[in-house]
Ligand binder design. Structure first.
Ligand code: NDP
Length: 815
C-alpha cells in the first residue's frame, strides 16, 4: 500500500514494534536452563521443551523441562537460603526489591516484546499494562519489606514457598507471587506455565544482575505433570500459591490436604458486566472491549457475562456490534492491533469447542464480517445473545474472546443473575446513578467490583476470589498475610493435650484481670457454694434455627468425666441435623447486613448474661474436665473477657480506602465469609467454643458449631444465653455428636463457606480434602494446641481475618 492509497482509504498502516532485541536475547540464551541457586542448571533428565510463537506457529526457542530431582535441588537451595534471608533486615530486603523494580523498568522494552512473542498478547498491553504493573508490584512490596519490622512485628515468614502460575499474564503473575513472598522473608521455588516460560527466565537474569542472594528465588520450568506435581508434593515446601483453573486448584487442595502446607488459590471466573439503563452507553461499549477482548478474553476476571437492562439491550448490542466490526486483530507486535493471538492451538480448539456448544444449545452467535489471520492461533471477538442462564456458555469459563449476553429488568434480578455462578472473582457495574451502583456492589459475590470501569489492578488493592474462584488475596496488606504466620506459632510447638492432663497455665492476662478485679479472691467462696446446676440427667437437645430441637436420630450420647463416671447425656446429631443447621444459618444471613453496632451490643449482652451465671459455667467445667475450681473460673472469666474483646472489635476491624494510581478510590471492604462451620477444640470446652464463635459472629457470619465431643455441655449451656441475649434465630446453631463425622458433613456441604477445625491432624486432613466440593476456605489446627488464655494466641486479628473476606470496590471519579 503506498502513501496515496493510505490517504484514500484512511486505513491504519502497520506499526510493528521491533523484535530484534528479543530475538538476539533468545539466540544468546538458546536453550534456556533452569535457574537454581542463582546458577543456570542443565536439567537432570536432559529434557527440553519448545516455546512457540502463537501468532505464527513458529519455534521461538527451547527451554529446560525440570523433573523431580531438579525440583528437589531447587527446594534444597531455597531451604538453605531461608535462614539468612528471613533474618535479613527489612531495609536490606527492601533494597533488593527496589533494585529489581528499577532493573525491570530498564529492561521494560525487551520484556514486553518477549512476552508478546511468547504469549501472543498485543504489545500495547504488555508495554502499557503488564510490565508497568510488574514494576509497580516490586516497588510496592519493597515498601512493605521496609515496614515489616514495625508494622508486622508479630509475624514471621512461612519458609519455602512453591508458586505455580498460568500463561495469561506470565510476568505479572510472577510478580504478584514473588514480590510479597520475598518481601516478607520467604524463599521461592516457582514454576511458570509451560506455554510461557521465557520472561520468567529473563527475570531470573535480572535477579543475577542485582545480586539477589543465591537460592532466594529459583525458577524451574517444565511440565505440570513433572515439575508442577513435584512442587505440590514436596515435603519441604511450606506453602503453595497457585493461579490457574479451578479444576487444578481443586486437585492441589486434595493433594496437599493434611500436609500442613498453607495454600492460596486464585482460580477461574465468569464475571458479570452489569449495565443499567441510565449508563453512558458509549463508555459501556469501550468498557466491554476492555472487559472481554483485553488479552483475547484470556483473563480470569474477564467480564464474560454481559447483563443488560432489558429496555436498552437492543440499543447497546447495536453499538457493540458496530464497535466489534472495527476491532483490529493481527500481529501482536503491531502497535495498532486491539487483539493478538490465543496462547496455543489447544486453547484455540477449546474456545471453538465451547462456541460450537453454545450454538448447539440454541444461543445466537454473532461475529464481525472480517476474517482473522490464518497463520497463527487467532479467534474473532464473538457475541452470543438469546442465552439462557443455565446454558453451558453462561456457566463455564471459556477463557477466550467470547461474550454471552442476557437481560434483566430490576436491580434485584441483576444481582440474582450476576451471582448465578459458582465463581466469584470480579464484577463490573455500569450506571450514572452512584447510589444504585454502590448499593449493588456489596450484594455481588465477588472479590473485586469495578464501578463504571473494569479490569483495573494495582499492587495496593488486594485481588482474589469468593466461592470457587479460590481464596487468599494478592496485593494490598491483606496479601502479605498469605506469606506470614504469627510469631507465637513458630515459637511454641505444642501438642494437643488430653482432657485428663491438668492444664498448665503461665502468666496470663486473664489471671491479671481476675486479680485486678478481685474476682480471684472472691472465687473460693463462689465455688464453695455453687449455685444450683441443672440436674445431670437433663439431656440437652441441639440448637437449630433458634430452637432447641431433638436430634433427628432420636439418639443421645453418654458423657463421661475424665475418671470415667457418667455425667450426663447429649443429643447425637447426624448428617440431617447438620443440613438443617446450615439451612437455618443461611436464612439468618441478614445478620451480616445489620450494623456492626448492633452486633457489638449483642456480644456484650451475651457476655453480661454469661457473667450472671459464671459459677454455674465454672462448675460445669469442673464436672466435665476435672480441672480445679480456680482453673474453671479463670476459663469462664476469660471467655467473658473474650466476648468483650469481639464486641469491641466488631466496629473496629474495618476496611480501608486505597488511592491507586488513577482518579478515584478503591474501597477495601471487609465482608463476612458467610456460613462458617466451627469445630471446637478438646481443650477448654467453653473458652475454645467462645473464642471461635465470637469472632465469626462479630464479623457478621452465621455459625454451625460442633462442640468438643467429651465436653459439649459448656456449649449447650449457652443455648439460654443466646436465647436471652437477642441473638437472632439461626445465627448460632449447635449440633452435638461425633465431632469428626459431623465435621466431615460440614466440610462436604456446598452451602458452607468455611470450616474452622480445631481437632486432630487426621481430622484436619479430611476436612481439607472434603472442602474441595465448593472450594470452601478451611482453617485447621493440625492437632496443634494453642494457649486459648493467651490473648496473642486465643484472640485478635488472626481470627478476624479468617472471619472476613476483602472486597475491593473501585470507584473512579471525574467527568
Ligand atoms: P492450568 O490450571 O492447567 O495451569 C496453570 C498452571 O498450573 C500451569 O503452570 C500448569 O502447568 C500448572 N499445573 C497444571 N496442572 C497441575 C498440577 N496437577 N499440578 C501442579 N501444577 C499444575 O491452566 P491451563 O493453563 O491448562 O488452562 C486451562 C484452563 O484453565 C483455561 O482454559 C482457563 O479456563 C483456565 N485458566 C484460568 C486461569 C485463571 O487465572 N483463572 C489462568 C489460566 C487458565 P503447565 O503450564 O505446564 O500445564
Amino acid at each position: 500500500m503506498d502513501v496515496m492509497e493510505i490517504f484514500e482509504s484512511m486505513a491504519y498502516g502497520p506499526a510493528p514494534e521491533a523484535s530484534s532485541l528479543a530475538l538476539d536475547w533468545m539466540r544468546a540464551h538458546q536453550p534456556l536452563q533452569l535457574f537454581i541457586n542463582n546458577q543456570w542448571v542443565i536439567p537432570v533428565g536432559g529434557q527440553y521443551l519448545e516455546s512457540i510463537n502463537p501468532a505464527t506457529g513458529k519455534l521461538l526457542m527451547r527451554f529446560a523441562a525440570a523433573g523431580k530431582a531438579d525440583v528437589d535441588a531447587a527446594v534444597q537451595a531455597a531451604r538453605a537460603a531461608f535462614p539468612l534471608w528471613s533474618k535479613t533486615p527489612g531495609h536490606v530486603r527492601a533494597r533488593y526489591l527496589y533494585a529489581i523494580a528499577r532493573q525491570l523498568q530498564k529492561h521494560a522494552r525487551l520484556l514486553a516484546v518477549l512476552e508478546t512473542l511468547d504469549n501472543g498478547k498485543s504489545i500495547r498491553e504488555t508495554r502499557d499494562i503488564d510490565i508497568p504493573l510488574v514494576a509497580r508490584h516490586f516497588y510496592y512490596h519493597a515498601g512493605w519489606a521496609q515496614l515489616m519490622e514495625s508494622e508486622l512485628a508479630d509475624y514471621r515468614p512461612l519458609g519455602v514457598v512453591g508458586q505455580i502460575i498460568p500463561w495469561n499474564f506470565p510476568l505479572l503473575m510472577l510478580a504478584w507471587k514473588i514480590a510479597p513472598a520475598i518481601a516478607m522473608g520467604n524463599t521461592v521455588v516457582m514454576k511458570p506455565a509451560r506455554n510461557t516460560s521465557l520472561t520468567a527466565l529473563k527475570f531470573a537474569e535480572i535477579l543475577q544482575e542485582i545480586g539477589l542472594p543465591a537460592g532466594v528465588v529459583n525458577i524451574v520450568t517444565g511440565e505440570a505433570s513433572a515439575a508442577g506435581d513435584a512442587i505440590v508434593q514436596h515435603p519441604d515446601i511450606n506453602k503453595i500459591a497457585f493461579t490457574g483453573s479451578t479444576n487444578v486448584g481443586r486437585s492441589i487442595r486434595q493433594a496437599t490436604a493434611g500436609s500442613g502446607k498453607r495454600l492460596s488459590l486464585e482460580l477461574g471466573g465468569k464475571s458479570p458486566f452489569i449495565v443499567f439503563d441510565d449508563a453512558d452507553l458509549d463508555s459501556v461499549v469501550e468498557g466491554i472491549v476492555d472487559a472481554i477482548w483485553f488479552n483475547q478474553g484470556q483473563v480470569c476476571c474477564a467480564g464474560s457475562r454481559l447483563l443488560v437492562q432489558e429496555n436498552i439491550s437492543e440499543r447497546l448490542l447495536h453499538k457493540l456490534r458496530a464497535r466489534m466490526e472495527h476491532l483490529r486483530i493481527g500481529d501482536p507486535l503491531d502497535k495498532t492491533v486491539d487483539m493478538g493471538a490465543i496462547v496455543s492451538p489447544a486453547q484455540l480448539r477449546e474456545i471453538q469447542r465451547l462456541v460450537d456448544l453454545g450454538v448447539a444449545e440454541g444461543a445466537e452467535m454473532w461475529q464481525p464480517t472480517w476474517t482473522c489471520p490464518t497463520n497463527g492461533s487467532f479467534f474473532p471477538p464473538t457475541l452470543f445473545t438469546n442465552v439462557t442462564p443455565a446454558a453451558t456458555i453462561a456457566q463455564v469459563e471459556i477463557f477466550g474472546p467470547v461474550l454471552v449476553s442476557m437481560t434483566f429488568r430490576t436491580p434485584a434480578e441483576a444481582v440474582e443473575l450476576a451471582n448465578n455462578t459458582l465463581y466469584g472473582l470480579a464484577a463490573s457495574v455500569w450506571s450514572e446513578n452512584i447510589n444504585l451502583a454502590l448499593d449493588i456492589a456489596p450484594k455481588l459475590k465477588a472479590g473485586s467490583v469495578w464501578l463504571n470501569c473494569t479490569n483495573l489492578f494495582d499492587a495496593a488493592c488486594g485481588f482474589g476470589g469468593y466461592r470457587e474462584s479460590g481464596y487468599g488475596r494478592e496485593g494490598g496488606k491483606e496479601g502479605l498475610y498469605e506469606y506470614l504466620q504469627p510469631a507465637w506459632f513458630v515459637e511454641h510447638t505444642t501438642q494437643v493435650h488430653s482432657l485428663s492432663i491438668p492444664v498448665q497455665m503461665g502468666e496470663q492476662p486473664a489471671q491479671e484481670y481476675l486479680t485486678n478485679t478481685g474476682l480471684l479472691q472472691a472465687m473460693p467462696a463462689t465455688i464453695a457454694q455453687p449455685v444450683p446446676v441443672p440436674a445431670i440427667d437433663r439431656t440437652p437437645k441441639l440448637f437449630i434455627g433458634g430452637k432447641q430441637v431433638r436430634a433427628d436420630s432420636g439418639y443421645s450420647r453418654t458423657l463421661l468425666n475424665p475418671s470415667g463416671q457418667r455425667i450426663g447425656e447429649v443429643g447425637d446429631g447426624s448428617r440431617k441435623d447438620i443440613r438443617n443447621a446450615v439451612e437455618a444459618a443461611h436464612k439468618a444471613s441478614g445478620w451480616g447486613n445489620g450494623t456492626a453496632h448492633n452486633r457489638a451490643q449483642i456480644l456484650f449482652y451475651i457476655a453480661e448474661n454469661m457473667a450472671t451465671r459464671d459459677a454455674e459455667f465454672a462448675h460445669r467445667l469442673v464436672l466435665q474436665t476435672g480441672c480445679t475450681d480456680e482453673e474453671a473460673m479463670r476459663e469462664v472469666e476469660t471467655a467473658i473477657s473474650r466476648l468483650f474483646s469481639y464486641a469491641a472489635w466488631t466496629d473496629k476491624f474495618e476496611g480501608s480506602v486505597h488511592r491507586p494510581p488513577m482518579r478515584g478510590v478503591t474501597l477495601a471492604m471487609r465482608e463476612p465469609v458467610g456460613v462458617i462451620g466451627v469445630v471446637s477444640p478438646d481443650e477448654h470446652p467453653l473458652l475454645g467454643f467462645i473464642s471461635l464463635v465470637a469472632p465469626a459472629l462479630a464479623m457478621g457470619n452465621t455459625v454451625v458449631s460442633i462442640p468438643a465431643p467429651q465436653a459439649p455441655l459448656s456449649a449447650t449451656d449457652c443455648y439460654q444465653i443466646f436465647e436471652t441475649s437477642d441473638v437472632p434465630a439461626g445465627v448460632v446453631n449447635i449440633v452435638t455428636g461425633e465431632r469428626d463425622v459431623l465435621a466431615q458433613v460440614l466440610a462436604e456441604h456446598h452451602d458452607v463457606n468455611s470450616v474452622w477445625y480445631f481437632g486432630s491432624h487426621a481430622g484436619a486432613k479430611n476436612i481439607e480434602f472434603a472442602s474441595t466440593g465448593n472450594m470452601k476456605r478451611t482453617w485447621v489446627s493440625y492437632g496443634r494446641q494453642r494457649n486459648w488464655f493467651d490473648r496473642q494466641q486465643g484472640e485478635g486479628e488472626e481470627f478476624l481475618r479468617e472471619a472476613t473476606q476483602v472486597k475491593n470496590i473501585w470507584v473512579p471519579y471525574g467527568e
